[in-house]
Design a protein around this ligand. Structure first.
Ligand code: ATP
Ligand code: MG
Length: 428
C-alpha cells in the first residue's frame, strides 16, 4: 500500500481556521467570499490567496483526480522551477512585455534578468534537448502541478483569476502530425472525465477557440456560470460551443452548427488544449532523427487546467444560500461528525469513541466544540461537507445516529454500526 499523504481526520476544536460572518470588504467574488467565510482560503491581496487546511485538502483532492487521469494518459510527472532564464524566452520571441504582457520579472544581484513562470513550454523544451535524439525517444507526455505567476490586469474574480495560481500543465512531444492528433483526441476524453469526476460534468462544454498559427482551432473546456469572464455560444443538442473570439458565420458553418440553435452564455475556462506545432521545438532546436535518419522538429501540444479556478468554479456552480456544497470526490472530508449536548459527559464519551471508530474508515471532521447546536449546524452548512453525522442526547436515547445530507437537507436515523459498516452515501 502506498503511504497516505493526507491527514485523515481532524478535531474542529484544533483547527486554527474559524468560520467568519463577513468576508473582506473589497472581496466581491462569490467564490472567494464563501471560501474566506468558511475558512478555506485567506486573501493576501487582490488576486493572491493562501490555502488554509480545509482549502488545501480540496486542492489536493482536485490534484489527485487530475494526476490519476494524467497518468492514465501515459503522463510522466515532474516539477519545474518558477524562476526562468531570459535567454530561452528570447529564442521563442516571448520575453518582451509587448509580446507576453503579464510577466512578473525580477533580477539577480548581478542584474541578470529572470522571469517568474507564466507557463513552461520553453524550459521543458530545453530539458528535452538533453534526452530526445531519435524517434525511439518519442512520444513523450510530461506534466506537472506548478505555481504560475501572471500579472493579470484585473483580478476581481476571486480564485477564478489569481496573480499566483496552481496549474496542471502537460506538454506532448510527438513524432508526426498523426501521433499528435491521436493524443490530442485522447486528451479531450480525459478532460471530460476529469471535469465529470470534479463534479462539473453537467455544466462543462468543449468550446472551439482560436488556435494560434498552428491549427485552425484550439479547444477550451468552459463551465457555465454567471461569474465567468468568457462568452460562449452553445449548441445544447451537441454540447459543442464556440468562443466569442472566433464566433462568426464562417466558423458556424465550418463546424456544421446552426446559428439559431446557438445560445449566448457566460462561462469560465477551466481547461484548454492547444496544438503548438513546431514553434517551440524550432525556436529551441528540439529535433530528432526520424526512421529515415533525417533531422526533424518535434511536434508539440500543451494541455492546461487551473486547480484554483476549478475549485472556484465548483463553488460558483454548486454552492447555495447556506454555503459551500462539495461533491464527494473533492470534499475536504467525507463526513462531518457533530456532537450536540457536548457538556454531557456520557454523550461526549460516546461521540469520542464513535469518532475513533469512524475515522479508521472515513475522513472525518469532528466538531467537538462546546457550542450551541444551531451555531454548529450553521457552520457545517457553510463548510459544505456532503454528510453530517449528529450525536445528541436524543439520538443516543434511541441508540442511533442522525445522518444528514447537505445537498437535500434530508436526515435519517440509523444504527451506528450500520454507518460504520456501510457508510452514509447510500442512505439518500
Ligand atoms: P484566460 O483566458 O482565462 O486568461 P488563459 O488562456 O490565459 O486563460 P492558459 O494560459 O491556457 O489560460 O492556462 C491554462 C489554464 O490555467 C486555464 O484553462 C485556466 O484553467 C487556468 N488559468 C489561467 N489563468 C489563470 C489565472 N489567472 N488564475 C487561475 N487560473 C488560471
Ligand atoms: Mg490569461
Amino acid at each position: 500500500m502506498p503511504i497516505q499523504l493526507a491527514l485523515n481526520n481532524m478535531k474542529q476544536s484544533q483547527l486554527f481556521s474559524k468560520t467568519r460572518r463577513h468576508s473582506p470588504k473589497d472581496e466581491t467574488a462569490k467564490n472567494a467570499e464563501l471560501l474566506i467565510r468558511a475558512g478555506f482560503i485567506h486573501k493576501e491581496m487582490a488576486g493572491v490567496y493562501s490555502y488554509l487546511p480545509l482549502g488545501l485538502r480540496v486542492l489536493n483532492k482536485i490534484e489527485g483526480i487530475i494526476r490519476e487521469e494524467m497518468n492514465a494518459l501515459g503522463g510522466q510527472e515532474i516539477s519545474m522551477t518558477a524562476l526562468q532564464e531570459k535567454e530561452i524566452w528570447e529564442k521563442t520571441n516571448r520575453w518582451d512585455d509587448s509580446l507576453l504582457d503579464n510577466w512578473f520579472k525580477t533580477k539577480l544581484k548581478n542584474q541578470t534578468e529572470l522571469g517568474l513562470a507564466t507557463t513552461h513550454e520553453e524550459p521543458l523544451t530545453r530539458i528535452l534537448l538533453e534526452y530526445v535524439n531519435s524517434y525511439r525517444d518519442l512520444p513523450l507526455y510530461i506534466y506537472q502541478f506548478q505555481t504560475k505567476f501572471r500579472n493579470e490586469l484585473r483580478s476581481k474574480s476571486g480564485i477564478l483569476r489569481g496573480r499566483e495560481f496552481l496549474m496542471k500543465d502537460l506538454y506532448s512531444f510527438s513524432r508526426d502530425e498523426k501521433e499528435h492528433q491521436d493524443f490530442y483526441e485522447k486528451s479531450k476524453k480525459s478532460y471530460f472525465k476529469i471535469f465529470e469526476r470534479l463534479g462539473l460534468g453537467e455544466k462543462t462544454f468543449i468550446t472551439f477557440s482560436s488556435g494560434g498559427s498552428f491549427s485552425k482551432y484550439s479547444h477550451e473546456f468552459q463551465t457555465l456560470t454567471e461569474a465567468g469572464e468568457d462568452t460562449i455560444y452553445l449548441d445544447e443538442k451537441t454540447g459543442i460551443a464556440i468562443n466569442k473570439e472566433v464566433y462568426s458565420d464562417d466558423v458556424i458553418e465550418n463546424l456544421k452548427l446552426e446559428k439559431s440553435n446557438l445560445k449566448e452564455l457566460k462561462a469560465i475556462e477551466v481547461g484548454n488544449i492547444f496544438s503548438l506545432g513546431t514553434k517551440f521545438s524550432e525556436g529551441l532546436g528540439l529535433n530528432f532523427k526520424n526512421e529515415e535518419g533525417k533531422d526533424v522538429p518535434v511536434i508539440m501540444g500543451s494541455y492546461g487546467i487551473g486547480l484554483g479556478r476549478v475549485m472556484g468554479a465548483v463553488v460558483e456552480v454548486l454552492s447555495d444560500e447556506k454555503g459551500l456544497l462539495w461533491p464527494a470526490s473533492i470534499a475536504p472530508f467525507e463526513a462531518h461528525l457533530i456532537i450536540v449536548d457536548s457538556k454531557d459527559g456520557e454523550i461526549r464519551a460516546e461521540a469520542d469513541s464513535f469518532y475513533e471508530k469512524l475515522s479508521k474508515k472515513f475522513e472525518v471532521l469532528y466538531d467537538d466544540r462546546d457550542l450551541r447546536a444551531g451555531e454548529k449546524f450553521a457552520d457545517a452548512e457553510l463548510i459544505g461537507i456532503p454528510y453530517s453525522l449528529i450525536i445528541s442526547k436524543k439520538t443516543e436515547s434511541e441508540g442511533k445516529i442522525e445522518v444528514k445530507e447537505r445537498k437535500s437537507g434530508k436526515s435519517v436515523l440509523v444504527e451506528k454500526n450500520k454507518v460504520l459498516s456501510e457508510g452514509f452515501s447510500k442512505l439518500f
